[in-house]
Design a protein around this ligand. Structure first.
Ligand code: SF4
Length: 486
């Protein structure tokens, strides 16, 4: 399938509307002679859609009502035709953006009534009532967290771009510590990361920022040796005032490198939340994605975490992994619930070009993935509530990723980063510092990127610290502006 876009209103939205039905379609300039295509064309006052599917032609032409948004009318016509011909009804309708919950927050902030919000989801975007109810419930749960946000709050992220082995679906810039060259990088990387975190603390102090949450993610942080993990976490404990944090998460990640000793270190140095991520409890599916551990290893790791005193544990599962089935996913979900973690995050597989399973090894059928997510009602039955959600380009069926939590265990960092409530100061290779203008949550976000690869990060560290001076410039600019305005 090829997508051809013509006319001023035929852009990103039209392309992504077409991809709701044909996710693997390629963009093209000209109508192909002998393959399937969809053409979306906006004219001065009409919209045209032409579709060739399995050799048959379908089309729709519509006069645009006066004053109507041409991008919307084109996408709507496209969505209608593709829905009629394929018989498919995407659960989020025409909504292609990544953050449906934000629409609710923004509409509420601008004074919209609940009926107007409902109409936006159900009529304008053709979203199903179930998905609207999901988004609304999450928005309601997040509201007190967002209302309590202070303009000078921030969070800190430290990234460990190493993993024990590479999962087949992964597109993240992570290096496997199995090879000797990478192993040699880890110690200098940890040294530099500690130095960058010291600089971040000093910057935060000079800018008058309050650090609310701390997050060590990856990659897999526990791919560090116990001594390196202790070096990093003791440095953080010395450098930051952990007593003032609302939350401190460490992604323990995978059981093939997380042992009782590392779990004790994580606890000893003050983490309040960890993540142990099975992705699936099927040994066969674990093998399919390149994991060299069993489901029993995950269960044992979870028990070791509890024994080490961890009282707030998240487990990630992924719907749509290669070789998984609806029944298999349900069994994983039931197993996760049986372990009784405080958070369960259900991701939908995202197929990105950098992963090893792009199209050839298509994971579960698209239809199955929606059925898998349907099984998440088991989480609600077990007392978990959805508290954050996002969608990604390339996610199967344009479906969502949802964090579920028992009441009181919602991960603040996840809400902050998803809703872009406050600045995130990122340390480590691949880190992206996001600067949110104080008091202007929907203002333009400025970004400072760290070097992507560990070698660059280590070798060009001085240059990186120099680049980060922009954080202070940013706050000098905006806090004086904010003060002048008030
Ligand atoms: S553990 Fe995560 S970051 Fe590491 S290879 Fe697997 S998916 Fe990628």
């Amino acid at each position: 399938m090829q997508i051809i876009l013509r006319g001023p209103a035929a852009g990103y939205e039209a392309e992504h509307t077409a991809r709701l039905f044909f996710p693997d379609a390629e963009k093209a300039e000209n109508l192909p002679q002998d393959s399937d295509f969809v053409l979306a064309q906006s004219h001065l006052c009409t919209d045209t859609i032409l579709l060739r599917l399995h050799g048959r032609l379908y089309w729709k032409i519509a006069l645009r009502p006066q004053g109507a948004d041409p991008e919307y009318t084109l996408c709507s016509l496209l969505y209608t035709l593709l829905g009629e011909v394929t018989g498919s009804t995407p659960p989020w309708g025409m909504m292609t953006g990544v953050r449906p919950v934000r629409i609710i927050h923004d509409m509420r902030a601008s004074g919209a009534t609940e009926d107007e919000i409902r109409a936006r989801f159900l009529d304008h975007f053709a979203c199903t009532p179930e998905k609207f109810a999901l988004a609304l419930g999450i928005a309601d749960l997040q509201k007190p967290v967002l209302d309590a946000a202070d303009p000078m709050d921030c969070s800190v992220y430290a990234g460990i771009p190493f993993c024990p082995t590479r999962c087949s679906y992964c597109s993240f810039v992570s290096r496997t510590v199995g090879d000797k060259a990478t192993r040699a990088l880890v110690q200098p990387y940890v040294d530099k990361l500690c130095a960058e975190l010291t600089a971040i603390r000093e910057t935060a102090d000079r800018c008058g920022l309050h650090i609310r949450t701390f997050y060590i993610g990856g990659g897999t942080p526990t791919s560090l040796s116990a001594a390196q993990l202790e070096q990093l976490m003791s440095h953080i404990a010395k450098t930051f005032d952990l007593a003032k944090l609302d939350e401190y998460t460490v992604e323990a990640g995978r059981p093939d490198c997380t042992d009782a000793e590392k779990l004790r270190i994580i606890k000893k140095y003050g983490a309040t939340r960890i993540s142990i991520n099975p992705q699936t409890f099927s040994d066969q599916v674990l093998q399919n994605i390149g994991r060299r551990h069993t489901a029993q290893d995950i269960i044992d790791c979870f028990a070791a975490a509890r024994a080490a005193g961890h009282k707030n544990i998240n487990m990630d599962l992924i719907a749509g992994l290669p070789g998984d089935t609806v029944e298999g996913f349900e069994a994983s979900l039931r197993q996760a619930i049986a372990l009784d973690p405080e958070n369960i995050t259900v991701h939908t597989l995202t197929l990105k070009r950098a992963s090893n399973i792009v199209v050839e090894h298509r994971a579960a059928d698209y239809a199955d993935v929606a059925a898998m997510l349907g099984k998440c009602s088991l989480l609600a039955d077990a007392g978990y509530r959805p508290y954050y959600m996002y969608r990604q380009k390339g996610t199967l069926q344009n479906l969502e990723n949802i964090g579920w939590a028992k009441p009181g265990f919602e991960c603040l960092y996840n809400i902050y980063i998803m809703e872009e409530v406050h600045t995130i100061l990122s340390a480590g290779a691949g880190g992206s510092t996001k600067l949110v203008i104080p008091g202007q949550r929907r203002g333009k976000i400025e970004r400072i990127f760290n070097f992507k690869y560990p070698t660059e990060y280590i070798d060009r560290f001085a240059e990186l610290l120099d680049r980060k001076k922009a954080v202070e410039d940013f706050y000098a600019r905006y806090t004086s502006q904010t003060l002048c305005q008030s």
